[in-house]
Design a protein around this ligand. Sequence first.
Ligand SMILES: [Zn+2]
Ligand SMILES: [Zn+2]
Ligand SMILES: [Zn+2]
Ligand SMILES: [Zn+2]
Length: 475
Amino acid sequence: MSSTAVSHVIRKVHLLQNERTWLGGSFSSKRLLPIERNTYSTMCGSVSWKTLEEAGNNILERGYEWCDDEFTLLENCEETDEEGWQYAKDFSLTSLENKMSKMTTGKHWVRFRRLVRTKRFNPEIFLDKEVYILSEHFDSTAVNDISCLMLEVLTYVVLIHKKGKDNPFTFLQIMPNKRCLINQLNIGESKGKESTHMSPVDISFLRSTLKCFAEGERLDIRNTFSKTAKVSFEQRHDEKLLPGFSDRCKEISSVFFPKSEINALSSLWIQCLDPNYQYHCNPELCGTSCEFSLTLCPNKNCDVEVSLKFLSTHIKSCPYKLISCPLGCGDTIERKKENIHVLEVCSLREVPCPFQNIGCSVTVIAKDLVAHIEKDSHSHLLLAVNRMMEYQSTMRIFNEKIKSLEAENKTLKSMIMTTINDGEKSRKDIQLRVTEVSSNFKKLEASNMISLHKVSNDINNTQNQQKKILERLRK
Ligand SMILES: [Zn+2]
Ligand SMILES: [Zn+2]
Ligand SMILES: [Zn+2]
Ligand SMILES: [Zn+2]
C-alpha cells in the first residue's frame, strides 16, 4: 500500500551542457567566458556549475531523491547533430531561440546539448515512513484549497522579489523562494507540537501560515525599491496592481512547481496536523468505500477527481452532467452546453422570421419556421415588393443626385481647362515679346559697334592731324 497523493511524483530534470569556440579552435567547455556560464547550467541559464556532480547536488530540490545514477544525453531531441549538439551565436535568449541544428555558417560560436535525469518525490524526507504510509486518502477539497494557496503564495513572493516584468521566470528567481516556503511549512517537525493544542485541526490555520509567510516576505523587502512589494498578498488578484497574476501562477506550476508536487506537500502537511482524521483517512477505517478515496467523476468527458464524500456535490454542478433540455425538446445535453443549445440549437427555441429586415415581425419556434415561410409566402412577397418600390424611389433620387454632380463636375473641369489655356496663351505672348526685344537689342548693339568704329577712326584721324600740325609748328 502506498499513499496515492504523495509517492507517485516522478519528474525529469533537464540540464544544458555548454561549450564555446573561438576562431580556428574546436568547441570546448574551457573556452567559455567567465561571465557567461559554466559547463552545466539550468535550461534558462540562470544558474550553472563546473561539474555534473555539483550540478546534481544543487539542482535537486528538498523533498526529492534521484532515481537514476547520473545525467544522460536526452535522446530523440529534434534538430541536433549526431552528438546531440545545437549551435547558436551566443547564450542570449534570442540567439538560443534562433539556434541552428548544424554549424552551417561561421556565425555560431557556442553549442549546447540537453542532459536528463529522473527524480522522485520522497515523503520520508519530511515524515517517517511508518507515519506517512498509514493514510492513503486525503480530503480533496482541503488539499486543493491549500495547494492553490501555496502556489499563489510562491508566485506572489517571487513577483515581489523580481526585478523587471515580462521575461519568463528563471530557476534562480524561483528556487530560493520555493526552498524558503517549503521550510516554512515545517512539515514533520510541527507534528505533535501542534496537534496537542490544535484539536480538531483547522484548515484556516494552514491558510494563515501561508499568508503570514507571504506578508512576512513583503515586510522584509518593503524598504527596497520594489514596486510590487507595495501590493499586499490580499490584493494579488487585482489586475491593476499585479497584472496577469493567475497566468504567472500557471507558468510557475508548469515549469517549477507542478500540481502533483504541491498536492503531495499539502497532503503531508495536513497529515501532520490532523490527529483526528478530519481531513485524511483513518487507516483502521479505510476500505473500498473510504470517504476520502479519490473518485473520478462518472460523467463522460469530465476529468475531475474528488474525495468520495464530495462526489455528489460535484455531480450536482458538474459541467459535463447530462441534463434534459429545459425547453422540453427531448434532447439531452451537457450542462455547460445548455446555453448554446437553448439559444442556437434547440428546435423549440424562439426565432425571428428571416424576413424581419423587410418587415415581418413574426417570431416562431424554430421547428415551425419552414411552415411559417411557406404559409406566409404571400405576405412576404408583398413586403418584398413594397421594399423594392422603396428602393426604386431611393434609386431615382440617387440617380438625380449623380446627374447633378456630374454636371457640376463638368463645369469645374471646363473652368480648369480655361484657366490652363489662358495661362498658356500669356506664356506664349511673353515669349514672343522676349524674342522681339532681344532681336532689337542685337540690332542696336550692331549699329552701336559701327558708330564706335567711326568715332575711333575719327579720333585717330584727328590725332594724326594734330601731330602733323605740331611738327609743322616746331619747324
Ligand atoms: Zn482511506
Ligand atoms: Zn464531473
Ligand atoms: Zn432543446
Ligand atoms: Zn415571416
